[in-house]
Design a protein around this ligand. Structure first.
Ligand code: HAM
Length: 418
């Protein structure tokens, strides 16, 4: 029986890998310019980390986690996102003693049991960054500028930045009362889950995807209009920093984000092209998260960018994406020169040249057909070529030929590197 890939997963084939490599490389370079260093954390963590970190009233934790019990009876979960694991690693490895702010970035796969659709998968990729130890809005602006710079380097246009503030525990508590007062008359209309959210964490009702709940929350009071003075000052400071950097955000009272750890600044980069899944990137501040996972109180902020959605956006904007490169050389042997050609191929590879030769006994005609599809140049290695060393390097795109000496591989290697 044929076995297919699990629903919601995708193979990334060689034909598209150069695009992935490019966005990965430019992301790493951009992060390095801003002083962010790469961190790699485990693919699975103890389930409790996500329950405590991401929040047990979120869709991610209640509905979407891939949780399993291992042979030792421990409950483990494939990470649904990167922040909780990075915070755990920050605490566990004593990174709080490093010069502050500690700036980290990552390139990970994440797993969520979601309804699969365009731009929404069960295994997907995120590029993310987190900064620990800076409380003021300057670091919020730094991360947003980093993202904007990254998009610019990729040539991406038409993504808009939406920002909001969802306050701190102080303003959240009085806002929750206000929101409950607003929602109470609609409890019969709200979905079952939102009735639970109403009690436990009413802010989550605003994030509900059920249409009738969205109709109710459309006119709900916004947290942004009910911030405490400190949070209001922080948000005003962020706007000033963004202005200084020439960044014009859309103030979007509707952004509450789908994860529980956020405080104050939240933001998203949204595109018109990625269908209903228009959010390419989301992030925000999480000043209480380090402490809630067992560390010292430490402010933190970060973002994660959906790589599949980013690539969809690049494609939709018809930006030129690199194609898989061809090999610089194919060596075509005749039946009598197979050993000599195999050795030649090995010697060139040892010099760092990308080269292939026949491994399956193809005819010369079939080899040349193969070479035309996979390489930029070919050398036919016949008996004379082996005896004299004199051979012709044929450029496969324009048919031009260059005399080369197979006994002088350093010169040939230099020529092929050009
Ligand atoms: P998030 O909004 O849940 O935030 O995910 C970030 C991005 O990951 C989304 O904007 C989207 O592009 C992508 N994404 C999420 N789910 C899927 C999916 N099922 N399929 C494809 N792409 C998806 C976080 O994960 C936070 N950890 C971000 C953060 C970092 N906040 C602070 N630091």
């Amino acid at each position: 029986m044929k076995i297919s890939a699990p629903k919601g997963t995708r193979d990334i084939l060689p034909a598209e890998i150069t695009r992935w490599q490019r966005v990965e490389r430019v992301f790493a370079e951009t992060c390095a310019n801003y002083g962010y260093q790469e961190i790699r954390v485990p693919t699975f963590e103890y389930t409790e980390l996500f329950e405590r970190g991401v929040g047990d009233t979120t869709d991610v934790v209640t509905k979407e986690m891939y949780t399993f019990t291992d042979k030792g009876g421990r409950s483990l979960t494939l990470r649904p996102e990167g922040t909780a694991g990075v915070v755990r690693a920050y605490i566990e490895n004593g990174m709080a003693s490093l010069p502050s702010p500690v700036r980290l970035f990552y390139d990970i796969t994440a797993f969520r049991y979601e309804n699969v659709q365009k731009g929404r998968y069960r295994e997907f990729h995120q590029f993310g960054a987190e900064a620990f130890g800076a409380e003021g809005p300057a670091v919020d602006a730094e991360l947003i500028h980093l993202l904007q710079q990254y998009f610019t380097r990729l040539g991406l246009k038409q993504t808009s930045l939406h920002i909001n503030s969802i306050g701190c525990p102080v303003c959240r508590a009085s806002y929750n009362d206000l929101l409950r007062d607003y929602l109470r008359p609609y409890l019969d209309t709200l979905c079952e889950t939102c009735n639970v959210r109403f009690e436990k964490n009413p802010l989550r009702v605003i994030d509900c995807k059920v249409e009738r709940c969205q109709a109710v929350t459309k006119n709900a009071p916004a947290l942004l209009d009910n911030l405490c003075p400190d949070c209001a000052e922080h948000f005003a400071g962020l706007q000033q920093h963004l202005k200084l950097l020439g960044i014009e955000p859309v103030i979007d009272r509707g952004i509450v984000r789908g994860l529980d750890y956020y405080t104050r600044t939240v933001f998203e980069f949204v595109s018109e092209h990625v269908g209903t899944q228009g959010t390419i990137c989301g992030g925000g501040r999480y000043d209480g998260l380090v402490e809630s996972i067992g560390g010292q109180p430490t402010p933190g902020i970060g973002f994660a960018l959906g790589v599949e959605r980013l690539l969809m956006e690049l494609e939709a904007q018809e930006l030129e994406l690199p194609q898989a490169p061809l090999l610089p050389l194919y060596l075509a042997p005749l039946p009598t020169t197979r050993d000599a050609t195999a050795l030649l191929c090995a010697r060139l590879r040892e010099r760092g040249i990308g080269v292939a030769t026949d491994l399956i006994g193809r005819s010369l005609k079939a080899q040349l057909k193969y070479a035309a599809k996979t390489a930029t140049a070919v050398i036919v290695v016949g008996d004379t070529e082996v005896e004299t060393g004199n051979a012709k390097l044929r450029n496969l795109s324009d048919g031009s030929e260059t005399e080369v000496n197979l006994n002088d591989l350093d010169t040939l290697a230099e020529l092929l590197k050009k």
